[in-house]
Design a binder for this molecule. Structure first.
Ligand SMILES: [Zn+2]
Ligand SMILES: [Zn+2]
Length: 394
């Protein structure tokens, strides 16, 4: 145990601020992973580094069954992601990033600090629980699918994982609140590139050319019908074209125009149909304007879908700590989260821990160069995760 809550918060803050000052991008979390491995080892965990690239796994068996038989009972995976983002920090705090262009702007520094504090608590209390706890300190959550890499490297096996729980600090929720929502809670992330091929020519003689720029403009507009006309109003779908690339000169009609963007959904019919729908619109519109279109559609991250039973357990434990009125069970967003890969394999829950405190100035959105959290949130995150583990591994 960290002793008094004050001492534990001090350690959480010290760990988080050290990581915050030394952020590392996905699959480059060498310093962070080193700290994690060293601390887990010192706490008595069996440690395996280099899992899924820079991931670290720490395993500990409870001794609550008296005999301390290894791997008796269930195995719970607790996940903390470790990576930072390619953002130049704009905060002026003493613990601001010392690495130019890299910043913990999503709160994964806090997740690592919480994970280590929970590991400490569970090691201290191992005679009071049975089964096995497996910590997955994960690389590359931000677009790198580090969870998938860890799964490929066997993190869900030996011992086989029965359930998985992960937390995210959340600046859209006030500190002192928790969200544990059953079912789909975060979006599937799809990526697309549409390549429109026309026929280049002189800008003053467009009738001799087939203009891919005009076709691209019509395709961007027509794609909006995927949501407004093609999706059940009670369903969820976002289509965002975020990049347009074409042309090298003001007086030349180019050969090619390229559009890229993302589609987000919570799964279901609109998710299933999105690639075919996009392809039909892009090809049809381009063809009508004398061009051709090819769509490259990539399913990057599946929707995050929480298991009913585990999520009920998480919500109940959260209510015990903060009271029923501070636990949300209907919060969702279409941002992506690669914890979804764990949830596709084993039942589990991805819960949010409120970290906003507008009075103290902590309410910048995630991925903003001014992102920072109310660090008190880490104490609640630690308490929540430890109690979930103790409850599941009783
Ligand atoms: Zn993020
Ligand atoms: Zn994140």
């Amino acid at each position: 145990m960290g002793g008094a809550p004050g001492a534990e918060l001090e350690e959480l803050v010290a760990t988080r601020r050290d990581l915050h000052a030394h952020p590392e991008l996905g699959y480059q979390e060498h310093r962070t992973a080193g700290i994690v491995a060293e601390r887990l080892h010192a706490l008595g965990y069996a440690v395996k580094a280099g899992v899924g690239g820079t991931g670290v796994v720490g395993v500990l068996a409870g001794a609550g069954d008296g005999g301390g038989r290894a791997h008796a009972g269930r195995t719970l995976l607790l996940r903390a992601d470790m990576d930072a983002l390619p953002i130049q920090e704009a905060n002026e705090t003493p613990y601001r990033s010392t690495t130019p262009g890299v910043m913990h702007a999503c709160g994964h520094d806090a997740h690592v600090a919480i994970g280590l504090a929970v590991a400490r608590r569970l090691a201290a209390s191992r005679h009071q629980w049975r089964g096995t706890v497996k910590f997955a300190f994960q690389p590359a959550e931000e677009g790198g699918n580090g969870s998938e890499a860890m799964i490929r490297d066997g993190v869900l096996e030996a011992p086989a994982v029965d359930a998985a729980v992960g937390l995210h600090v959340m600046n859209t929720l006030p500190v002192g609140t928790v969200a544990a929502t059953p079912g789909p809670i975060m979006g599937a992330v799809d990526k697309f590139t549409i390549r429109i091929r026309g026929r280049g020519g002189h800008a003053a003689m467009p009738h001799q050319a087939a203009d891919p720029v005009l076709a691209a403009a019509h395709v961007v507009t027509a794609l909006q019908s995927m949501v407004s006309r093609g999706t059940d109003p009670f369903d969820h779908l976002v289509v965002s074209v975020t990049q347009i690339r074409s042309g090298d000169a003001f007086n030349v009609i180019p050969e090619v125009a390229e559009l890229s963007g993302t589609v987000r959904s919570l799964g279901g019919r609109s998710y299933d149909e999105a690639p075919a729908r996009m392809s039909a619109i892009a090809r049809g519109v381009a063809e009508a304007l004398g061009c051709g279109a090819e769509v490259d559609y990539v399913r990057q991250t599946p929707a995050t879908v929480n298991d009913e039973t585990i999520t009920a357990l998480v919500a109940r434990v959260a209510e015990e700590i903060v009271g029923r009125e501070r636990v949300l069970t209907d919060a969702r967003m279409l941002g992506g989260e690669d914890f979804s890969f764990f949830l596709r394999r084993v039942p589990g829950c991805f819960a949010w821990v409120g970290s906003a405190n507008p009075v103290k100035g902590y309410d910048a959105p995630h991925h903003s160069p001014r992102f920072d959290i109310d660090e008190e949130a880490m104490l609640l995150g630690t308490e929540l995760m430890e109690r979930i583990a103790r409850e599941y591994l009783r």
